[in-house]
Design a binder for this molecule. Structure first.
Ligand code: HEC
Length: 140
């Protein structure tokens, strides 16, 4: 009787633990890892186009970000972001910081701004698009 009872609770609990473990792992892994970006092939001109147009129903970056000084009201101005990006998070290169800013905007918030950047670029952009966008941002 005692043994049956222990088995009853043990297997579901083990199953639950494994499910939680797998969910925790996959929830955090980016669909496109940073290593998939090929900066040798990145094209700032294509990045500029992407920045200014909406893609796969995702809003254009330009809808929220200006590239001149001053704020557009929703996102911060990205004027000079190429130089700023390397200083944002200790241990992250400018390229890495910009990568995370695009695919996981909530990871690091610019002071004074809320976590309201569109969070679906991880699904709507491909590795080459992200590399192109980063090449463009680095030129600002
Ligand atoms: C719905 C509005 C919105 C859209 C669309 C948007 N952003 Fe943002 N973005 C923000 C806001 C607000 C912040 C500041 C809060 C934060 O850090 O997430 C931000 C932060 C950033 C930062 C960090 C800037 C810094 O000074 O450290 C980068 C880089 C960036 N966005 C790039 C992009 C790119 C590239 C796109 C298009 C692929 C884009 N954003 C689309 C609102 C937006």
């Amino acid at each position: 009787m005692k043994l049956v009872k222990r088995q009853d609770g043990f297997l579901p609990a083990l199953f639950l633990l494994m499910t939680l473990f797998l969910a925790a792992c996959s929830a955090d892994a980016p669909r496109i890892p940073y290593d998939a970006l090929d900066f040798d092939l990145a094209d700032a001109g294509s990045g500029e186009k992407l920045f200014n147009q909406s893609n796969n129903e995702a809003p254009a970056c330009a809808a929220c970000h200006s590239i001149s000084g001053g704020s557009s009201g929703i996102g911060n101005s990205l004027a000079g972001i190429g130089g700023v990006a390397a200083e944002r998070v200790a241990g992250q290169s400018a390229e890495e910081y910009l990568y995370w800013s695009i695919i996981r905007p909530g990871r690091h918030l610019v002071a004074g701004y809320a976590n309201i950047m569109y969070a679906g670029y991880e699904d709507s952009l491909e590795a080459a698009d992200i590399a192109d966008l980063i090449a463009y941002l680095l030129s600002l």
